[in-house]
Design a protein around this ligand. Sequence first.
Ligand code: ZN
Length: 304
Amino acid sequence: MNIINFINRFPDESSCVEFIRQKRGQAGIVCKRCDCTKHYWLANKKSFQCSSCSFRTSIKSGTVMENSNLPIRTWLLAMTFITATKKGFSASELQRQLGMKRYEPVFRMYHKLRKVMGKRDDIYRLEDMVEYDEAFVGQATKSPNKLKRGRGSQKRSIVAVMAESTVLEDLETGKSDKSCRYFKMKKIKNLEAKTAQNLVREFIDPNSVLQTDMSTTFSDLSDCIDVHVKEISGTEKGHFNLKWVHIAISNLKKHLQTYHMISERMMQNYLDEFCYKLNRRYFGQKLFDRLIIAAIYPYWHDCG
Ligand SMILES: [Zn+2]
C-alpha cells in the first residue's frame, strides 16, 4: 500500500477503527470471561460487549496495539511505511515520516511490530531440505575500550540462520541448482552443541534433511533430525552446500547497516523484521494486509 492509497482508505481515525472492528469481527471475538462468541459493538466505547455476560473487549485488547495510547491511524500508517520497503526504517526516520514529536513511542511501537512479525514466523517449522549455519553480526566497535556498558551497549551477536533449500535439476543440461523458500534467524548465546540441538528441535521438522558445515556445534544432532549431511562444497554435484544461508547472512549484514546502533537485547527484533519480509518477498502490496493479521492476531494460525 502506498501513501495515496492510505489516505483514501483511512482518511480519519474512525475509518481506522471501523477497519479494525471488521477485521476482528471476521475472525470472531471470544469473551475472556465466559468464552461466549456473540458480541455487540459499542461505538462510543470502541469496544465489543459480550452478549451473555456483558464483559467488554476493547478494540485494541489482545492486539499489538494493546496498552498503547497512540491512535489506530498512527499504527496503520507506521505499518504502511514499514511494509512499503524491503529495507528497514530507523525509528528516527519513522518518527519523521509520522510527524511525531517524541521518539520513544515510535521506537516502542516499531519494536512491538517487529515482535509480532517474529511470533507469526515462529508458528511455522522449516521442512524438506534445510541449510543451517551461524554468523557474527552487528557493527564491531572500533575500540573495545569505548564499548558502552549497560543499556545500549553494542557488541557482535551470534545468529543462527536456517533456510529451506531444495535441489532443482535442469533436465536438459543435468545441472542442478538450489531454490530457497523460508528462512529463520535466531540470536543465540553461544556456539555450543546443546544450543544447536534445541534450535533444530524447535524450528526444523525432524523428517528434514539438515545440511551444516563440519563445525563441532553440529557434531551430535542424531536425536533431533533423521538425516544430517555435512557440507561437501567441493563436490561436482554440489547438492550439499550452504548457498542460501550464506546469501542470507550477507544480505542480513548489509541490512543491519541501516541502523545506527543495535543493542544486543533488541537484536532478535531486527532479525524478526528482516526474516518476516524475506519470507514474504513475493507478497508486494499484500504485505500490509498480512501484517494487519499478524498485528491483530499474533497467534492465529490460518493465514501467513
Ligand atoms: Zn462473556
